[in-house]
Design a protein around this ligand. Structure first.
Ligand SMILES: *Cc1c(COP(=O)(O)O)cnc(C)c1O
Length: 376
């Protein structure tokens, strides 16, 4: 077997609709010259997305980070917010950028989201909200988080950037919390080049969010809020409409790739493949994380490097922890503040997964990993 694929394999590859399906949208944009500001595709996509996801109130954004920033503003979040160090840096950046102090709490070993039993000890009189992340599309313990929030009168905003299309027993995962935020960045399961959305529980909060994302304009001559430009443009919305027709196929192909990895890695000593928590009814297979154990032949970083030498670009999502970045290092930077998050961050490796990844590539990756594991 060749020990290198023909071209580099990155951790993900955007799933694009056939170009001939996208071109008619562009022709219409060229014909109408409506490029942005809530044009017809924006309106259609917002509606179609709500229907697909099974949620009522969707606000589209130019990207997920602007959506997070706006979600925090929309709920008047201030002071301190409890969040997770095990995420993409944008989660915590959205707080600091709003002059909110992030207070990090360790994660749960199963969900890899914030550990509910560790939240209450971090609540102070300045705490106004909790910002958990559905890492890899694995649902956080939404019920326990809700109960804590209710007890302390806190808002909950879910960073659901990874959770597009995930459903639990009650429907879309995005219905939980006071707001949920998704990302349509090119690396995500569903993409509009760049893009994002906020899912709201009612029309009133959606109106406020839509006002905030358009500079706070109430009408042509009055600005009532300190808004921002967060608007999704017509090309992005058209991409969303074109993609939506193929997303179920794309997720099905991801599911097949997930199964293939599980078969290839079964019984490899020192390699653990986490599973989505019980209660997930429809998963999106957005990532394929593995955890490297002490009984594996080489370190996680050695494996990461060795895969790169074979043109396999796995990623250490999420390493380092956000709390290790300069702007987040607390004055009392005690070691091992987040033992579970630190342990997982030191052992995790996300393998390439995307619709259409071929079996030969997955077999090669499986072989390269199994070399240092032996079979038990
Ligand atoms: C991708 C991502 C974001 C940011 O989304 P963008 O659309 O890239 O701005 C926020 N949080 C998490 C967990 C992400 O993975």
């Amino acid at each position: 077997m060749s020990d290198k694929p023909n071209s580099p394999i990155y951790v993900t590859r955007p799933y694009l609709p056939p170009l001939e399906e996208f071109l008619p949208y562009l022709e219409q944009i060229w014909a109408t010259r409506q490029l942005t500001n809530g044009g017809p595709f924006h309106e259609q996509f917002e509606r179609a997305l709500g229907e697909y996801l099974g949620v009522k109130y969707v606000s589209l954004f130019a990207n997920g980070t602007l959506a997070l920033l706006t979600a925090l503003k929309a709920l008047h979040i201030t002071g301190e917010v409890i969040t997770t160090p095990y995420s993409f840096v944008a989660t915590a950046h959205s707080l600091l950028w709003n002059d909110i102090t992030p207070v990090f709490v360790d994660i749960d070993r199963q969900t890899m989201g914030i550990a509910p039993e560790k939240i209450e000890a971090a609540i102070t009189e300045r705490t106004t909200a909790i910002l958990p992340v559905h890492v890899y599309g694995y649902p956080c313990d939404v019920r326990k988080i809700r109960a804590i929030a209710d007890r302390h009168n806190l808002r909950v905003i879910f960073d659901a950037a990874h959770a597009f299309g995930v459903r639990d027993e009650g429907g879309s995962l995005l219905r939980h919390g006071n707001l949920s935020v998704v990302s349509f960045h090119a690396t995500k399961v569903f993409t509009t080049f760049e893009g994002g959305a906020i899912i709201s529980p009612n029309a009133e909060i959606k109106r406020r969010i839509d006002n905030l994302k358009n500079f706070g304009f109430l009408n042509e001559i009055s600005v009532t809020e300190l808004g921002i430009n967060g608007k999704m443009n017509e090309v992005q919305a058209a991409m969303g409409l074109a993609q939506l027709k193929h997303i179920d196929t794309a997720i099905e192909q991801r599911r097949a790739a997930d199964q293939t990895y599980r078969r290839l890695l079964a019984g490899v000593r020192g390699v653990h493949c986490p599973m989505p928590p019980a209660g997930v009814r429809h998963h999106n297979y957005s990532y394929f994380p593995i955890l490297i154990g002490r009984d594996y032949g080489i370190s996680r970083d050695q494996l990461f490097t060795e895969l790169r030498q074979h043109s396999i670009f796995a990623r250490r999502y999420f390493y380092p922890l956000i709390s290790n970045f300069r702007m987040y290092k607390a004055a009392d930077d005690r070691k091992e503040r987040f033992p579970v998050a630190a342990d997982i961050a030191s052992r995790v490796l996300c393998l390439p997964i995307f619709p259409g990844i071929d079996e030969a590539t997955q077999t090669l990756i499986g072989e390269l990993i199994a070399r240092h594991g032996g079979r038990s």
